[in-house]
Design a binder for this molecule. Structure first.
Ligand code: NMX
Ligand code: MLT
Length: 435
Protein backbone atom coordinates (compact mmCIF):
# COMPACT_ATOMS: atom_id res chain seq x y z
CA UNK A 1 0.00 0.00 0.00
CA UNK A 2 1.23 3.49 -0.87
CA UNK A 3 2.35 5.94 1.78
CA UNK A 4 0.72 9.36 1.69
CA UNK A 5 3.78 10.91 0.04
CA UNK A 6 3.92 8.17 -2.60
CA UNK A 7 0.22 8.61 -3.36
CA UNK A 8 0.65 12.37 -3.67
CA UNK A 9 3.59 11.90 -6.01
CA UNK A 10 1.26 9.84 -8.22
CA UNK A 11 -1.57 12.41 -8.12
CA UNK A 12 0.36 15.65 -8.58
CA UNK A 13 1.38 15.34 -12.29
CA UNK A 14 -2.24 14.73 -13.37
CA UNK A 15 -3.47 17.67 -11.32
CA UNK A 16 -0.83 19.96 -12.84
CA UNK A 17 -2.17 18.96 -16.27
CA UNK A 18 -5.76 19.47 -15.09
CA UNK A 19 -4.99 23.02 -13.94
CA UNK A 20 -3.14 23.74 -17.20
CA UNK A 21 -6.18 22.57 -19.18
CA UNK A 22 -8.62 24.64 -17.08
CA UNK A 23 -6.50 27.74 -17.52
CA UNK A 24 -6.08 27.15 -21.26
CA UNK A 25 -9.83 26.77 -21.76
CA UNK A 26 -11.23 29.22 -19.20
CA UNK A 27 -8.32 31.44 -18.21
CA UNK A 28 -9.70 34.61 -19.78
CA UNK A 29 -13.31 34.20 -18.62
CA UNK A 30 -14.68 36.32 -15.75
CA UNK A 31 -16.45 35.29 -12.54
CA UNK A 32 -18.49 38.51 -12.66
CA UNK A 33 -18.17 42.00 -11.32
CA UNK A 34 -16.19 43.28 -8.39
CA UNK A 35 -18.09 46.01 -6.57
CA UNK A 36 -16.65 48.92 -4.67
CA UNK A 37 -18.49 47.60 -1.59
CA UNK A 38 -16.53 44.36 -1.80
CA UNK A 39 -13.27 46.31 -1.74
CA UNK A 40 -14.39 48.21 1.37
CA UNK A 41 -16.28 45.25 2.83
CA UNK A 42 -13.59 42.70 3.66
CA UNK A 43 -13.74 41.15 0.15
CA UNK A 44 -16.88 39.20 1.11
CA UNK A 45 -17.84 36.82 -1.71
CA UNK A 46 -14.92 37.86 -3.92
CA UNK A 47 -13.68 34.85 -5.92
CA UNK A 48 -9.95 35.10 -5.33
CA UNK A 49 -8.50 31.83 -4.10
CA UNK A 50 -8.06 28.25 -5.23
CA UNK A 51 -8.32 25.30 -2.80
CA UNK A 52 -9.65 21.84 -3.59
CA UNK A 53 -9.53 20.46 -0.04
CA UNK A 54 -12.81 21.88 1.23
CA UNK A 55 -15.61 24.10 0.01
CA UNK A 56 -18.14 25.98 2.14
CA UNK A 57 -21.75 26.11 1.03
CA UNK A 58 -23.68 28.95 2.75
CA UNK A 59 -26.67 26.69 3.40
CA UNK A 60 -25.12 23.22 3.83
CA UNK A 61 -21.83 24.15 5.44
CA UNK A 62 -18.47 22.52 4.95
CA UNK A 63 -17.66 19.63 2.65
CA UNK A 64 -14.23 18.06 2.79
CA UNK A 65 -13.40 16.93 -0.75
CA UNK A 66 -17.14 16.86 -1.40
CA UNK A 67 -18.01 14.97 1.79
CA UNK A 68 -20.20 16.39 4.57
CA UNK A 69 -19.20 15.93 8.20
CA UNK A 70 -21.65 13.05 8.52
CA UNK A 71 -20.26 11.40 5.40
CA UNK A 72 -16.74 11.76 6.81
CA UNK A 73 -17.91 10.26 10.10
CA UNK A 74 -19.26 7.29 8.19
CA UNK A 75 -16.43 6.80 5.71
CA UNK A 76 -13.15 7.58 7.51
CA UNK A 77 -11.37 4.86 9.53
CA UNK A 78 -11.99 4.81 13.30
CA UNK A 79 -9.86 3.77 16.25
CA UNK A 80 -10.54 0.25 17.58
CA UNK A 81 -13.77 0.54 19.58
CA UNK A 82 -14.22 4.19 18.57
CA UNK A 83 -16.97 5.74 16.49
CA UNK A 84 -15.51 9.14 15.54
CA UNK A 85 -13.32 9.54 12.44
CA UNK A 86 -9.56 9.65 12.92
CA UNK A 87 -8.01 12.99 11.86
CA UNK A 88 -5.21 11.02 10.22
CA UNK A 89 -7.80 9.87 7.67
CA UNK A 90 -9.14 13.38 7.21
CA UNK A 91 -5.61 14.62 6.40
CA UNK A 92 -5.29 11.87 3.81
CA UNK A 93 -8.68 12.84 2.38
CA UNK A 94 -7.84 16.57 2.26
CA UNK A 95 -4.61 15.83 0.40
CA UNK A 96 -5.71 13.12 -2.00
CA UNK A 97 -9.51 13.25 -2.23
CA UNK A 98 -9.46 9.55 -1.28
CA UNK A 99 -10.48 7.54 1.77
CA UNK A 100 -7.42 5.78 3.19
CA UNK A 101 -7.35 2.22 4.45
CA UNK A 102 -7.08 1.55 8.20
CA UNK A 103 -3.44 0.52 7.65
CA UNK A 104 -2.63 3.77 5.89
CA UNK A 105 -4.16 5.69 8.77
CA UNK A 106 -2.28 3.58 11.28
CA UNK A 107 0.93 4.26 9.42
CA UNK A 108 0.28 8.04 9.66
CA UNK A 109 -0.36 7.75 13.43
CA UNK A 110 2.99 5.99 13.78
CA UNK A 111 4.82 8.48 11.59
CA UNK A 112 3.47 11.47 13.50
CA UNK A 113 4.37 9.86 16.83
CA UNK A 114 7.89 9.25 15.52
CA UNK A 115 8.27 12.90 14.50
CA UNK A 116 6.67 14.35 17.65
CA UNK A 117 9.73 15.33 19.71
CA UNK A 118 10.47 19.04 20.08
CA UNK A 119 13.94 20.53 19.76
CA UNK A 120 15.21 21.37 23.25
CA UNK A 121 15.41 25.09 22.52
CA UNK A 122 11.70 25.15 21.57
CA UNK A 123 10.85 23.50 24.89
CA UNK A 124 12.94 26.18 26.59
CA UNK A 125 11.15 28.97 24.72
CA UNK A 126 7.82 27.64 25.96
CA UNK A 127 9.14 27.12 29.49
CA UNK A 128 10.40 30.71 29.64
CA UNK A 129 7.03 32.24 28.71
CA UNK A 130 5.32 33.91 31.67
CA UNK A 131 2.15 32.11 32.68
CA UNK A 132 0.34 35.37 31.97
CA UNK A 133 1.23 35.24 28.25
CA UNK A 134 -1.81 34.04 26.30
CA UNK A 135 -1.45 30.39 25.24
CA UNK A 136 -2.00 31.39 21.60
CA UNK A 137 1.00 33.76 21.70
CA UNK A 138 3.13 30.98 23.17
CA UNK A 139 1.80 28.59 20.54
CA UNK A 140 2.59 30.87 17.64
CA UNK A 141 6.07 31.58 18.99
CA UNK A 142 6.88 27.87 19.37
CA UNK A 143 5.58 27.02 15.89
CA UNK A 144 7.54 29.86 14.33
CA UNK A 145 10.70 28.70 16.10
CA UNK A 146 10.37 25.24 14.49
CA UNK A 147 11.50 26.98 11.30
CA UNK A 148 15.03 26.42 12.70
CA UNK A 149 14.91 22.86 11.33
CA UNK A 150 12.80 23.45 8.22
CA UNK A 151 13.61 21.04 5.42
CA UNK A 152 12.14 23.52 2.90
CA UNK A 153 14.14 26.52 4.15
CA UNK A 154 17.37 24.51 4.19
CA UNK A 155 16.85 23.03 0.74
CA UNK A 156 15.85 26.42 -0.70
CA UNK A 157 18.96 28.10 0.68
CA UNK A 158 21.07 25.36 -0.91
CA UNK A 159 19.25 25.86 -4.24
CA UNK A 160 16.51 23.45 -5.32
CA UNK A 161 14.36 23.14 -8.39
CA UNK A 162 10.73 24.30 -8.13
CA UNK A 163 9.71 20.69 -8.77
CA UNK A 164 11.16 19.76 -5.39
CA UNK A 165 9.23 22.37 -3.41
CA UNK A 166 6.28 20.19 -2.53
CA UNK A 167 8.36 17.30 -1.19
CA UNK A 168 10.13 19.53 1.33
CA UNK A 169 6.84 21.27 2.18
CA UNK A 170 5.37 17.81 2.81
CA UNK A 171 8.22 16.89 5.18
CA UNK A 172 7.85 20.15 7.11
CA UNK A 173 4.06 19.78 7.23
CA UNK A 174 4.34 16.28 8.65
CA UNK A 175 6.80 17.54 11.28
CA UNK A 176 4.55 20.50 12.05
CA UNK A 177 1.43 18.41 12.65
CA UNK A 178 3.41 15.79 14.56
CA UNK A 179 4.92 18.30 16.98
CA UNK A 180 1.75 20.22 17.82
CA UNK A 181 0.55 17.91 20.63
CA UNK A 182 3.86 18.31 22.45
CA UNK A 183 3.72 22.10 22.02
CA UNK A 184 0.08 22.30 23.14
CA UNK A 185 0.69 19.90 26.05
CA UNK A 186 3.72 21.80 27.27
CA UNK A 187 1.90 25.13 27.16
CA UNK A 188 -1.08 23.63 28.99
CA UNK A 189 1.00 22.00 31.70
CA UNK A 190 3.17 25.11 32.20
CA UNK A 191 0.33 27.63 32.33
CA UNK A 192 -1.98 25.59 34.49
CA UNK A 193 0.74 24.27 36.79
CA UNK A 194 0.56 20.53 36.24
CA UNK A 195 4.21 19.57 35.64
CA UNK A 196 5.53 18.30 32.30
CA UNK A 197 3.43 16.66 29.57
CA UNK A 198 3.31 12.86 29.49
CA UNK A 199 5.40 11.26 26.70
CA UNK A 200 3.83 10.47 23.34
CA UNK A 201 2.86 6.79 23.01
CA UNK A 202 3.87 5.52 19.54
CA UNK A 203 1.27 2.76 19.68
CA UNK A 204 -1.64 5.25 19.90
CA UNK A 205 -3.37 7.56 17.45
CA UNK A 206 -2.81 11.32 17.20
CA UNK A 207 -5.92 12.36 19.16
CA UNK A 208 -5.21 9.91 21.97
CA UNK A 209 -1.74 11.42 22.24
CA UNK A 210 -3.13 14.95 22.23
CA UNK A 211 -5.50 14.00 25.06
CA UNK A 212 -2.57 12.28 26.79
CA UNK A 213 -0.24 15.29 26.85
CA UNK A 214 -3.11 17.35 28.26
CA UNK A 215 -3.72 14.72 30.95
CA UNK A 216 -7.10 13.40 29.71
CA UNK A 217 -6.27 10.16 27.88
CA UNK A 218 -7.84 7.96 30.55
CA UNK A 219 -11.22 9.32 29.49
CA UNK A 220 -12.16 7.52 26.25
CA UNK A 221 -15.05 9.92 25.59
CA UNK A 222 -12.65 12.89 25.72
CA UNK A 223 -10.34 11.10 23.27
CA UNK A 224 -13.33 10.58 20.95
CA UNK A 225 -14.17 14.25 21.33
CA UNK A 226 -10.63 15.18 20.26
CA UNK A 227 -11.01 13.01 17.13
CA UNK A 228 -14.25 14.73 16.17
CA UNK A 229 -12.96 18.15 17.23
CA UNK A 230 -9.84 18.00 15.04
CA UNK A 231 -11.79 16.75 12.03
CA UNK A 232 -14.47 19.45 12.15
CA UNK A 233 -12.06 22.32 12.91
CA UNK A 234 -9.43 21.25 10.36
CA UNK A 235 -10.45 23.26 7.33
CA UNK A 236 -13.14 25.72 6.26
CA UNK A 237 -12.36 26.39 2.60
CA UNK A 238 -9.57 28.79 1.65
CA UNK A 239 -10.87 32.23 2.57
CA UNK A 240 -11.09 32.14 6.37
CA UNK A 241 -8.47 34.24 8.15
CA UNK A 242 -6.18 31.42 9.33
CA UNK A 243 -6.25 29.40 6.10
CA UNK A 244 -5.85 32.45 3.91
CA UNK A 245 -3.04 33.86 6.05
CA UNK A 246 -1.14 30.57 5.85
CA UNK A 247 -1.56 30.49 2.08
CA UNK A 248 -0.54 34.13 1.69
CA UNK A 249 2.60 33.81 3.80
CA UNK A 250 3.43 30.48 2.17
CA UNK A 251 3.20 32.17 -1.22
CA UNK A 252 6.34 34.13 -0.34
CA UNK A 253 7.99 30.69 0.01
CA UNK A 254 8.15 31.15 3.76
CA UNK A 255 8.30 27.58 5.08
CA UNK A 256 5.26 25.85 6.66
CA UNK A 257 6.34 26.76 10.21
CA UNK A 258 6.49 30.47 9.38
CA UNK A 259 3.28 30.28 7.36
CA UNK A 260 1.33 28.41 10.03
CA UNK A 261 2.73 30.65 12.80
CA UNK A 262 1.09 33.51 10.91
CA UNK A 263 -2.16 31.51 10.62
CA UNK A 264 -2.18 31.11 14.39
CA UNK A 265 -1.84 34.84 14.93
CA UNK A 266 -4.98 35.32 12.84
CA UNK A 267 -6.79 32.50 14.61
CA UNK A 268 -6.03 34.27 17.91
CA UNK A 269 -8.41 37.11 17.02
CA UNK A 270 -11.83 37.25 18.77
CA UNK A 271 -13.79 37.39 15.51
CA UNK A 272 -12.05 34.16 14.39
CA UNK A 273 -10.78 31.28 16.55
CA UNK A 274 -10.63 33.12 19.85
CA UNK A 275 -14.43 33.19 19.71
CA UNK A 276 -14.45 29.72 21.38
CA UNK A 277 -12.83 31.32 24.44
CA UNK A 278 -15.13 34.36 24.19
CA UNK A 279 -18.24 32.18 24.17
CA UNK A 280 -17.32 30.57 27.50
CA UNK A 281 -16.33 33.92 29.01
CA UNK A 282 -19.69 35.31 27.89
CA UNK A 283 -21.67 32.33 29.22
CA UNK A 284 -19.89 32.47 32.58
CA UNK A 285 -20.54 36.23 32.86
CA UNK A 286 -24.17 35.51 32.06
CA UNK A 287 -24.35 32.91 34.82
CA UNK A 288 -22.71 35.31 37.28
CA UNK A 289 -25.25 37.95 36.42
CA UNK A 290 -28.50 36.03 36.10
CA UNK A 291 -27.74 32.75 37.87
CA UNK A 292 -27.35 29.19 36.62
CA UNK A 293 -30.95 28.22 35.93
CA UNK A 294 -32.09 31.52 34.50
CA UNK A 295 -35.41 31.96 32.73
CA UNK A 296 -35.62 32.56 28.99
CA UNK A 297 -36.64 36.15 29.77
CA UNK A 298 -33.47 36.75 31.79
CA UNK A 299 -31.31 35.22 29.03
CA UNK A 300 -33.03 37.41 26.43
CA UNK A 301 -32.33 40.50 28.50
CA UNK A 302 -28.68 39.51 28.84
CA UNK A 303 -28.33 39.00 25.05
CA UNK A 304 -29.90 42.39 24.41
CA UNK A 305 -27.57 44.03 26.94
CA UNK A 306 -24.60 42.56 25.02
CA UNK A 307 -25.88 44.04 21.77
CA UNK A 308 -26.77 47.37 23.34
CA UNK A 309 -23.26 47.52 24.76
CA UNK A 310 -21.99 47.54 21.15
CA UNK A 311 -20.57 44.01 21.45
CA UNK A 312 -21.08 40.94 19.31
CA UNK A 313 -22.73 37.78 20.62
CA UNK A 314 -19.75 35.39 20.39
CA UNK A 315 -20.33 32.13 18.55
CA UNK A 316 -23.10 33.55 16.37
CA UNK A 317 -22.95 34.84 12.82
CA UNK A 318 -20.64 33.95 9.95
CA UNK A 319 -19.08 35.61 6.94
CA UNK A 320 -20.27 32.85 4.57
CA UNK A 321 -22.72 30.52 6.36
CA UNK A 322 -26.40 31.41 6.35
CA UNK A 323 -27.68 28.44 8.40
CA UNK A 324 -26.69 26.70 11.62
CA UNK A 325 -23.09 25.56 11.20
CA UNK A 326 -23.07 21.74 10.75
CA UNK A 327 -19.98 21.75 12.96
CA UNK A 328 -22.26 23.09 15.73
CA UNK A 329 -24.79 20.37 14.95
CA UNK A 330 -22.10 17.66 15.03
CA UNK A 331 -21.01 18.82 18.49
CA UNK A 332 -24.63 18.97 19.65
CA UNK A 333 -25.11 15.36 18.50
CA UNK A 334 -21.95 14.39 20.41
CA UNK A 335 -23.30 16.11 23.55
CA UNK A 336 -26.70 14.44 23.22
CA UNK A 337 -24.90 11.08 23.07
CA UNK A 338 -22.32 11.63 25.82
CA UNK A 339 -23.50 14.41 28.14
CA UNK A 340 -27.22 15.12 27.64
CA UNK A 341 -27.75 16.29 31.23
CA UNK A 342 -24.75 18.62 31.43
CA UNK A 343 -25.96 22.04 32.72
CA UNK A 344 -23.66 24.07 30.45
CA UNK A 345 -24.79 22.04 27.42
CA UNK A 346 -28.37 22.85 28.41
CA UNK A 347 -27.50 26.55 28.63
CA UNK A 348 -25.88 26.40 25.17
CA UNK A 349 -29.15 24.87 23.91
CA UNK A 350 -31.23 27.53 25.65
CA UNK A 351 -29.10 30.27 24.08
CA UNK A 352 -29.57 28.58 20.66
CA UNK A 353 -33.33 28.85 21.09
CA UNK A 354 -33.09 32.55 21.93
CA UNK A 355 -30.22 34.31 20.14
CA UNK A 356 -31.20 33.87 16.45
CA UNK A 357 -34.55 35.64 16.91
CA UNK A 358 -32.87 38.50 18.75
CA UNK A 359 -30.16 38.89 16.08
CA UNK A 360 -32.89 38.86 13.43
CA UNK A 361 -34.83 41.49 15.34
CA UNK A 362 -31.70 43.60 15.84
CA UNK A 363 -31.43 43.46 12.06
CA UNK A 364 -27.70 43.74 11.48
CA UNK A 365 -26.13 40.29 11.38
CA UNK A 366 -26.58 38.61 7.99
CA UNK A 367 -26.50 35.22 9.68
CA UNK A 368 -28.21 34.87 13.07
CA UNK A 369 -27.25 31.21 13.51
CA UNK A 370 -24.54 29.65 15.69
CA UNK A 371 -21.10 28.78 14.36
CA UNK A 372 -18.62 26.12 15.51
CA UNK A 373 -17.41 28.19 18.47
CA UNK A 374 -20.82 28.42 20.13
CA UNK A 375 -20.51 24.82 21.24
CA UNK A 376 -16.96 23.60 21.67
CA UNK A 377 -16.20 25.17 25.06
CA UNK A 378 -19.18 23.49 26.74
CA UNK A 379 -17.90 20.05 25.64
CA UNK A 380 -14.33 20.71 26.78
CA UNK A 381 -15.58 22.07 30.11
CA UNK A 382 -17.66 18.95 30.68
CA UNK A 383 -14.53 16.81 30.66
CA UNK A 384 -12.68 19.13 33.03
CA UNK A 385 -10.79 21.21 30.46
CA UNK A 386 -12.22 24.44 31.80
CA UNK A 387 -9.26 26.73 31.06
CA UNK A 388 -10.96 28.87 28.42
CA UNK A 389 -7.80 30.68 27.36
CA UNK A 390 -6.51 27.34 26.10
CA UNK A 391 -9.44 26.57 23.80
CA UNK A 392 -8.10 28.34 20.73
CA UNK A 393 -4.89 26.30 20.96
CA UNK A 394 -6.98 23.19 20.26
CA UNK A 395 -8.58 24.97 17.29
CA UNK A 396 -5.03 25.77 16.15
CA UNK A 397 -3.85 22.16 16.38
CA UNK A 398 -6.82 21.20 14.20
CA UNK A 399 -6.43 24.03 11.67
CA UNK A 400 -2.85 22.89 10.96
CA UNK A 401 -4.34 19.94 9.05
CA UNK A 402 -6.08 22.18 6.52
CA UNK A 403 -3.34 24.80 6.24
CA UNK A 404 -0.62 22.17 5.81
CA UNK A 405 -2.61 20.34 3.12
CA UNK A 406 -3.10 23.59 1.30
CA UNK A 407 0.58 24.56 1.49
CA UNK A 408 1.61 21.19 0.03
CA UNK A 409 -0.76 21.56 -2.92
CA UNK A 410 0.17 25.21 -3.47
CA UNK A 411 3.83 24.29 -3.82
CA UNK A 412 2.97 21.27 -5.98
CA UNK A 413 0.91 23.40 -8.36
CA UNK A 414 3.47 26.21 -8.39
CA UNK A 415 1.10 28.79 -6.85
CA UNK A 416 2.67 32.20 -7.36
CA UNK A 417 3.28 34.99 -4.87
CA UNK A 418 -0.05 36.48 -3.78
CA UNK A 419 -0.21 40.17 -4.57
CA UNK A 420 -3.69 41.67 -5.06
CA UNK A 421 -4.17 45.33 -6.03
CA UNK A 422 -5.15 47.99 -3.50
CA UNK A 423 -6.77 51.33 -4.30
CA UNK A 424 -7.02 54.61 -2.42
CA UNK A 425 -10.44 56.15 -1.71
CA UNK A 426 -9.37 59.11 -3.85
CA UNK A 427 -8.66 56.79 -6.79
CA UNK A 428 -12.01 55.05 -6.33
CA UNK A 429 -13.85 58.38 -6.33
CA UNK A 430 -12.11 59.49 -9.51
CA UNK A 431 -12.52 56.11 -11.21
CA UNK A 432 -16.28 56.02 -10.73
CA UNK A 433 -17.06 59.78 -10.83
CA UNK A 434 -18.92 59.64 -14.14
CA UNK A 435 -20.19 56.03 -14.10
N1 NMX B 1 -23.50 39.64 17.30
C1 NMX B 1 -23.75 40.93 17.08
N2 NMX B 1 -23.59 41.55 15.90
C2 NMX B 1 -23.19 40.80 14.88
C3 NMX B 1 -22.95 39.42 15.00
C4 NMX B 1 -23.11 38.84 16.27
N3 NMX B 1 -22.85 37.56 16.51
N4 NMX B 1 -22.58 38.94 13.81
C5 NMX B 1 -22.58 39.98 12.97
N5 NMX B 1 -22.92 41.11 13.61
C6 NMX B 1 -22.94 42.47 13.09
C7 NMX B 1 -21.55 42.83 12.61
O1 NMX B 1 -20.71 43.21 13.72
C8 NMX B 1 -21.84 43.94 11.65
O2 NMX B 1 -22.09 45.12 12.38
P1 NMX B 1 -21.64 46.55 11.81
O3 NMX B 1 -22.47 46.76 10.57
O4 NMX B 1 -21.92 47.47 12.94
O5 NMX B 1 -20.17 46.45 11.49
C9 NMX B 1 -23.17 43.47 11.03
O6 NMX B 1 -23.75 42.54 11.95
C10 NMX B 1 -23.00 42.77 9.69
O7 NMX B 1 -22.06 41.73 9.83
P2 NMX B 1 -22.16 40.39 8.96
O8 NMX B 1 -22.00 40.78 7.54
O9 NMX B 1 -23.34 39.62 9.35
O10 NMX B 1 -20.92 39.57 9.50
P3 NMX B 1 -19.41 39.59 9.00
O11 NMX B 1 -19.30 38.71 7.80
O12 NMX B 1 -18.89 40.96 8.84
O13 NMX B 1 -18.63 38.93 10.23
C11 NMX B 1 -18.37 37.42 12.01
C12 NMX B 1 -18.72 37.57 10.52
C13 NMX B 1 -18.21 35.94 12.30
C14 NMX B 1 -17.03 38.10 12.28
C15 NMX B 1 -19.50 38.03 12.86
O14 NMX B 1 -20.70 37.33 12.65
C16 NMX B 1 -19.19 38.05 14.35
O15 NMX B 1 -18.53 38.99 14.81
N6 NMX B 1 -19.61 36.99 15.12
C17 NMX B 1 -19.26 36.88 16.52
C18 NMX B 1 -17.84 36.40 16.67
C19 NMX B 1 -17.71 34.94 16.28
O16 NMX B 1 -18.49 34.09 16.68
N7 NMX B 1 -16.67 34.63 15.49
C20 NMX B 1 -16.36 33.23 15.15
C21 NMX B 1 -16.56 32.89 13.68
C22 NMX B 1 -16.21 31.46 13.42
N8 NMX B 1 -14.79 31.19 13.61
O17 NMX B 1 -14.39 30.30 14.27
O18 NMX B 1 -13.93 31.90 13.05
C1 MLT C 1 -13.41 28.96 10.30
O1 MLT C 1 -13.56 27.79 10.66
O2 MLT C 1 -12.36 29.33 9.75
C2 MLT C 1 -14.47 29.95 10.63
O3 MLT C 1 -15.74 29.41 10.60
C3 MLT C 1 -14.36 31.25 9.90
C4 MLT C 1 -14.61 31.26 8.44
O4 MLT C 1 -14.87 30.27 7.79
O5 MLT C 1 -14.55 32.39 7.89
Amino acid sequence: QSTLKERLAELIPAEIENVKAIRAEHGQKTFGQVTVDQVYGGMRGLPALLWDGSVLDPEEGIRFRGKTIEECQAALPKAPGGSEPLPEGLFWLLLTGEIPTPEQVNQLSKEWAARAALPEFVEEIIDRCPGTLHPMSQFSMAVTALNHDSSFAKAYSEGISKKEYWGHTFEDSMDLIAKLPNIAGRIYQNVYGKGKPAPIDPSKDYSWNLAHVLGFSDNEAFVELMRLYIVIHSDHEGGNVSAHTGKLVGSALSDPFLAFGASLNGLAGPLHGLANQEVLVWLRKMQDKIGSNASDEAVKEYVWSTLKGGQVVPGYGHAVLRKTDPRYTAQRAFALKHLPEDPLFKLVGQVYNIVPDILLEAGKAKNPWPNVDAHSGALLTHYGLHQMQFYTVLFGVSRAFGVAAQLIWDRALGAPLERPKSYSSEAIKKMFANR
